[in-house]
Design a protein around this ligand. Sequence first.
Ligand SMILES: [Zn+2]
Length: 134
Amino acid sequence: MSDTLTTWPDAKRPGVPLNPGQDGWHWLIDWNDKLHVRYWFVGGVPWYGNVVRYRYLGPVLTPAEVAAAVAEARRAALEEAAQQIECGCDPARRAAVVAAPPNSAARWNACGAAYCCAIGAAAIRALAKEPGDA
Ligand SMILES: [Zn+2]
């Protein structure tokens, strides 16, 4: 590891983690590729020890935070794919599809295409709002 300063969120502020206004655990790595978990404490000594020469990897996430991040990335990828399908809807028809109640006949009949990109994108957004999802 030669450059130890470029992986901090702000290269001009080495030693300052992501979300510096919040207390929390963060992953760091030293010049021997040894991992360290250190606590950023806003109200006191920010780190235990000098970590400026370490590289910053990111905040320590809980399993629930990891699951939420994966679900959000999957949802975003599916929605992007849905929006690239060409169903032939003009903008006004697409707006009517999205305005109709989810999973209603009105929504599914608003577009003549067998698979409507507006329905697909709206359905994916609705899935992300199910209880238990992030
Ligand atoms: Zn359509």
